[in-house]
Design a protein around this ligand. Sequence first.
Ligand code: FPP
Ligand code: MG
Length: 298
Amino acid sequence: MDLQKYLDEKRQLVEQSMADLVPMANDLHPDLVRHIESMRYSLFAGGKRVRPILCIASCEAVAGDARVVLPVAVALECIHTYSLIHDDLPAMDDDELRRGKPTNHILYGEAGAILAGDGLLTMAFELLSSNLLSTIPADKRLKIINIIATGVGSLGMVGGQALDIACEGKDIDITTLRQIHSRKTGALITASVQSGAVIGGADPKQLADLTTYGEKIGLAFQIVDDLLNVEGTTEQLGKAAGSDADRCKATYPAIFGIEKTKLMAEETIAEALAALDTFAERGAPLRELATYIISRNK
Ligand code: FPP
Ligand code: MG
């Protein structure tokens, strides 16, 4: 299959839904208009839309209908965008460039950026609990809300970020490092795959296999992110290259070196692909996406 064509098509679908579901509001107090603008600034700054596309591909892998899952895909991108805005704050990674543009707090101030993140996180759960998903049985809707909330909460993405920040400058073991990566990045990616699968009608075995797939590609995604931080340029990444070393972050390349890290990323992707063994042709996009994650250059 032509992965580039697939990614372009799905990205367009997701971005159209984002524009529909997170519209500009002009008839409000000007400062409230600016708050909405600040959310939309980061949401439409040009992300790759990996998590929404994984959600759609996972839904289609179990013969589900992609159109039904679009509000969920948008909710996942809202959550991802919130995490980037907060991650860039001076109190966290303190970055001024993201997706090749000034970070949210550079334009809207720290309070504005905190609130843009809060607004996006809350918007996600507004979408997930709205009538937009009324054609999906209530038990499935409740299940994906729980999957996503758990994935991004204190034992998932937020917990991973807490560990990541607490471990800066410390010598940590590989178990802890793996945990940081799996939680801060892997958990939202896994929840994206799982929510698409649940809505698409996955049976328990399919859901278990797709969960393994999500966990493996989620871990690999962050390992590759570590590699890009060392080997990529700021221009190519749209965010500061070399920032992990500057902040004395524990990363895979810092602990294992570049070559061993590349091998570990490849092994992790091979494990992800093995979990797709029973998905015949319908699993093709997920297979290609796994390969894309390891070969991406931004
Ligand atoms: C890049 O995604 C982002 C990551 C690899 C995730 C890093 C983890 C965090 C920022 C967690 C932060 C959590 C909190 C609670 C602040 P990407 O390459 O898909 O970016 P894109 O959307 O710009 O393409
Ligand atoms: Mg960070």
